[in-house]
Design a protein around this ligand. Structure first.
Ligand code: SF4
Ligand code: ZN
Ligand code: ZN
Length: 291
């Protein structure tokens, strides 16, 4: 890139389309951290809250951990080892390296140590891998954060993921699910913690730039089970729209926040009869999967 930064005289590393600005490394980092801080400011979340960051070793969670470590004072990490052979070993290796670099305590939940692995569960249940995996991860992350007295659980969905999930939610007619498309969900049930999505206003492209210009390692390998063809198609379509109309995704996710406020119906939950954690049915999805 031969352009100069719009804020100083240094060489630009990135053109942020929706802002119509070129940024050098320093000013792009400032912009990136600023977008993460924006979520904290929007919901008036103090930076000394006890936060548990879920790190898989992939680009989103790694960049999230770096950004949060710049201003959060009470941070720990949690990693779920799904037991997917070499892929899980590499994910854990990168996560350990990142936490060591950042000086964050790492907690590891090994699915194997509680009697399962993702491949084992997939043999028992005829379900889409990512669906089972999502249920297992959501349950274990919340359980860990709750039992260890964290106030907030931070997860790394970026703007593209959020837009894609919203379209999928509408497509599957689960409209009540739109209630949750917010950067921050306060604790609203027993045995849960608040949830924050610090990358809500950052795109995949911006995340890749942040990692590249700072030389931050992350797991580039794809999970052997990732083959959500339809979701990938939605994401590709969204990227085309973003290219044609820079700022499209940002407007889309900002509208989602407004839309989520309009969904007023309460989702009634019970306590799972087996584990006691919140559930829509008598037995929660996690207990149904692992029984
Ligand atoms: Fe789990 Fe799917 Fe991600 Fe693999 S790609 S780790 S199965 S959610
Ligand atoms: Zn600059
Ligand atoms: Zn249960």
């Amino acid at each position: 890139m031969n352009e100069k930064c719009s804020k100083c005289e240094k060489e630009a590393v990135k053109f942020v389309e929706w802002k119509k600005k070129y940024y050098c490394k320093e000013h792009f980092n400032q912009y990136f951290i600023g977008q993460v801080r924006k979520v904290f400011d929007m919901y008036k979340i103090p930076s000394d809250k006890k936060i548990c960051v879920a790190i898989s070793g992939g680009k989103d969670s790694v960049s999230m951990a770096y950004a949060l470590s710049k201003f959060c004072k009470n941070l720990e990490a949690v990693h779920i080892d799904l037991g997917i052979g070499e892929y899980s070993r590499k994910s854990l290796g990168i996560t350990e390296e990142i936490c060591k670099n950042l000086g964050i305590k790492l907690n590891v939940i090994k699915l194997k140590e509680i009697g399962y692995t993702l491949p084992g569960l997939l043999q028992k249940k005829k379900m889409i891998p990512c669906k089972i995996c999502g249920i297992v991860k959501r349950y274990l992350l919340n359980k860990f954060a709750y039992e260890n007295n964290f106030e907030i659980l931070a997860t790394g969905q970026n703007m593209n993921d959020i837009a894609m999930h919203a379209i999928n939610t509408i497509y599957s007619s689960y409209l009540i699910g739109l209630k949750n498309f917010k950067p921050f969900l306060p604790k609203d049930k027993e045995k849960t913690v608040a949830l924050i999505r610090p990358l809500f206003f950052l795109s995949e492209d911006e995340i890749e730039t942040f990692l590249r210009i700072n030389g931050i390692p992350y797991l580039k390998e794809k999970c052997p089970y990732s083959e959500e063809a339809f979701s990938t198609k939605i994401k590709e379509t969204l990227s085309i729209l973003e290219k044609e109309k820079p700022g499209f995704l940002r407007k889309f996710v900002s509208s989602l926040i407004k839309l989520s406020d309009l969904v007023k119906i309460d989702i009634k939950t019970k306590s799972c009869k087996k584990c006691g954690f919140p559930s829509l049915n008598d037995v929660c999805s996690f207990c149904k999967i692992v029984k």
